[in-house]
Design a protein around this ligand. Structure first.
Ligand code: IMP
Ligand code: MG
Length: 198
């Protein structure tokens, strides 16, 4: 009996550990599973559906990281809307470089449009600030922000974020669109680095 319990416990611990993954040189543990992500996205979509009824918003998706969030979010948007993409980058490895490189710019006319910028995560807030400044120059009627994840303790700016899926503590994460030096974007859940001291 005691032996059976020991082996059950051992199996349970093994199952838990199996949720750890290795990407490049780092170990990651499961942090937010696919069900929790879906719930957060449903809540964001419901709010946007109410707020933008009859306004035909333009969703501006920030690539690469936001592709998976945008795909699942837009499937839950039931009002008329349009979708476009912009590609920015400010990360290298697990740290923000604090320099935003614009890789692919906008080709839409934004004059008088209600724009919702769709991001995977707002960390320092530098990327989004830069994006918003660019959009304001293009005379959009209104620019709001929808992010799946927000790290309030890393945020260095003071603008407001209109739609937040989940607030999370600092610490590097991968999965559901987010990468560690190119890998991990395809994971359906979100994983947090184990061996980092922040
Ligand atoms: P920010 O400019 O510091 O707010 O960072 C914005 C961008 O950095 C996000 O859109 C992500 O692409 C990337 N990023 C921020 N935090 C993480 C993370 O924990 N893992 C992977 N990418 C991240
Ligand atoms: Mg991003």
């Amino acid at each position: 009996m005691g032996c059976f319990c020991f082996f059950s416990l051992q199996k349970w611990l093994k199952d838990l550990n199996m949720k750890d993954i290795q990407i490049h040189d780092k170990q990651f543990a499961i942090f937010i599973d696919a069900q929790q992500i879906e719930k957060a996205i449903t809540e964001v979509a419901e709010k946007i559906n109410l707020d933008y009824k009859g306004k035909n918003p333009l969703f501006l998706v920030v690539l690469n990281g936001a592709f998976m969030f945008a795909s699942d979010l837009l499937k839950k948007i039931t009002i008329d809307c349009e979708i476009s993409f912009v590609k920015l980058s400010s990360y290298s490895g697990t740290k923000s470089t604090h320099i935003v490189r614009e890789l692919i710019g906008l080709d839409e006319a934004l004059t008088d449009r209600n724009v919702i910028v769709v991001e995977d995560i707002i960390d320092t807030g530098i990327t989004m600030e830069n994006t918003i400044q660019k959009l304001r120059h293009l005379q959009a009627a209104d620019v709001k922000i929808a992010t799946l994840l927000f790290k309030p303790k890393a945020f260095e700016k003071d603008y407001s974020i209109d739609y937040i899926g989940l607030e999370i503590p600092n610490g590097f994460i991968v999965g559901y669109g987010l990468d560690y030096d190119g890998l991990g974007r395809n994971l359906p859940s979100i994983y947090k680095v184990i061996d980092q001291d922040n």
